[in-house]
Design a protein around this ligand. Structure first.
Ligand code: PEP
Ligand code: MN
Length: 316
């Protein structure tokens, strides 16, 4: 498994032994267990396929004609949950007019409480597909269960992995077997390395179409829903070729904080912005309090467009 002879450096303390080998065949843990070995320091990250070393240029992911990455911005908008067709059409029409290029809506909702609204299921997928087609936008929806990967892939253009499922490795493996673009949300207590390792699960199954999403991590401050980690954007960009977008809706949970955090994300290099929009938040089936109204979305979408232009990037 060694690809070259070990290179010994005895002029340093401790002694350093350089090995070029196949990481799959030589286990670092086993070497660490040898008496006298203080530490094994890999020079390549464990997320081999997701790493920048593996693929120096930015990946561009194509979601049914909408490009994400390499200077192309995704503008993902829509309600948290798929609702009735009429309401979905109203929301889709407004966000499309504002420049959104991908329509979102959850048909299977991962809720903290089993008594909260759980989503429309397969009927919701059909509504989402019809409305997306009617207004000319590809659609993204969350898959929460490996048993639903097939039906979600049948109706949606992009499969979302929710923060709560970022380390559901059975689900990741199942989604990795499809070729559908994936929107992978960062887990609420996941490190950047954890996020990239989860992306590696998808890539290693043969699906290269992964878009990452920073959506806030758990913090101590209860004045916001989560703590928006804007530094994760350039951090991931340095480590990986995969596109990364921001979701200021779930990151902050507050309509007043969504626009500034969306702009901060784009300024930090994000490849898109995911925002929840509802035309009647008080009647929303989920996440109503954090939804932007269509007019508010129109305003921030315009600002994002101007900022993107400043950086020589385009929407879609
Ligand atoms: C959502 O997009 O509605 C959602 C549940 O997001 P997250 O998994 O980031 O909480
Ligand atoms: Mn939501």
């Amino acid at each position: 498994a060694l690809l070259t002879q070990p290179h010994l450096c005895t002029t340093t303390f401790p002694t350093i032994i350089g090995l070029i080998c196949d990481q799959d065949k030589v286990r670092g843990e086993a070497i660490t267990a040898i008496p006298g070995v203080a530490e094994v320091v890999p020079i390549m990250p464990a997320y081999k396929l997701a790493s920048r070393e593996a693929h120096p240029q930015d990946s561009i992911i194509d979601v049914s004609g909408v490009k994400i990455g390499g200077g192309h911005l995704a503008m993902i908008a829509g309600p948290c949950a798929v609702e009735n067709q009429e309401r979905m059409e109203e929301i889709a029409k407004s966000v499309r007019a504002s420049g959104a290029n991908i329509f979102r809506g959850g048909a299977y909702k991962p809720r903290t409480s089993p008594y909260s609204y759980q989503g429309m299921g397969a009927d919701g997928l059909k509504v989402l597909r019809e409305v997306g087609d009617k207004f000319g936008m590809p659609v993204v929806t969350e898959v929460t269960d490996p048993r639903n990967v097939e039906i979600c892939a049948e109706y949606a253009d992009m499969l979302q992995i929710g923060a709560r499922n970022m380390q559901n490795f059975v689900l990741l493996t199942e989604i990795g077997k499809t070729t559908k673009p994936v929107l992978m949300k960062r887990g609420m207590a996941a490190t950047v390395t954890d996020l990239l390792m989860s992306a590696e699960y998808i890539l290693s199954q043969g699906n290269p179409n992964v878009v990452l999403c920073e959506r806030g991590v758990k913090g101590f401050d209860t004045s916001t829903r989560n703590c928006f980690d804007v530094a994760a954007v350039p951090n991931v960009k340095g480590l990986s070729h995969l596109p990364i977008i921001v979701d200021p809706s779930h990151a902050t949970g507050r309509p007043d904080l969504i626009p500034p955090c969306a702009l901060a994300g784009v300024a930090a290099g994000a490849d898109g912005v995911h925002i929840e929009v509802h035309n009647c938040p008080e009647e929303a089936k989920s996440d109503g309090p954090q939804a932007l109204l269509p007019d508010q979305y129109a305003e921030i979408a315009e600002q994002i467009r101007k900022l993107a232009e400043l950086f020589g990037r385009t929407i879609g």
